[in-house]
Design a protein around this ligand. Sequence first.
Ligand code: AMP
Ligand code: MN
Ligand code: MN
Ligand code: MN
Length: 284
Amino acid sequence: MNADLHCHSTVSDGTLEPEAVAARAHANHVELWALTDHDELGGQQRARDAALALGLPYLTGVEVSVTFAGTTVHIVGLGFDADDAALRDGLAATRGGRRERALEMAEGLAQAGIEGTFEGALHYVGNPELISRTHFARHLVERGICSDTQEVFRRFLVEGRPGYVPHRWATLRNAVTWIREAGGIAVIAHPGRYRFTPNEEYALFTEFKAYGGRGVEVVTGSHTKAEAERYAESALEFDLLASRGSDFHSPDESHTDLGSLPPLPPRLQPVWEALEDRVQRPGR
Ligand code: AMP
Ligand code: MN
Ligand code: MN
Ligand code: MN
């Protein structure tokens, strides 16, 4: 099954409107889709309506920013009730502070000689509550300061660089609880991206399970083949469901297109099998 359960629209830091992401997923032969904007459900109704109009089965989705062991970790939620009040309130609280952080980022960049980046980044923002590092990256590329967004992150937007401002996101416990109590399944996003020690990674998986987390992304646009194999082992070791998603943001930036992923490695239980009754299908 060509499931793509991780991607972004203009409602967070993607460049396509939710309807355009749906159309692209459909054109790329995705058979089950979830839009997972960062910390925000504002695109869910639009994504669902567009998907069902195309005959594309849909799962609700979100990617929650979490601070764990001093690092930002992302938790994807799938198949929850998008009207759940506790989830909506939790996400609103998680979005809070992004504007202040962005002003501090601009201050740091100004001290490094690059003025006016807050206004510049805002120009790329679709949702004013969701100004993110990605929007700064696009602005610096537009100004010719870097040749692509990867270079901006490397030079300016990661720890130790002038535009980096640490931020306190949701707790792991809260993120998992919001998703679970809204009827969804929580999934550890792209575990290969975190720079954890083996002990920290073990703690992440163990605590995640203890709070009721049930899945891990094994095949994602952020993983090499070796990482997919490694986290397939983790899924088996921790008895977690396996997820699959491109993490598509933009036709110009994302190296993995919607639906263009290898299959899950054998022996894993796909997360969508446990979400059968949460899938929204055309004509229902
Ligand atoms: P923020 O939530 O503002 O910290 O921004 C995080 C977003 O930045 C992620 O969701 C990615 O879309 C993007 N990002 C993080 N690291 C990189 C990187 N090294 N290269 C390109 N984009 C990145
Ligand atoms: Mn992003
Ligand atoms: Mn992520
Ligand atoms: Mn993502």
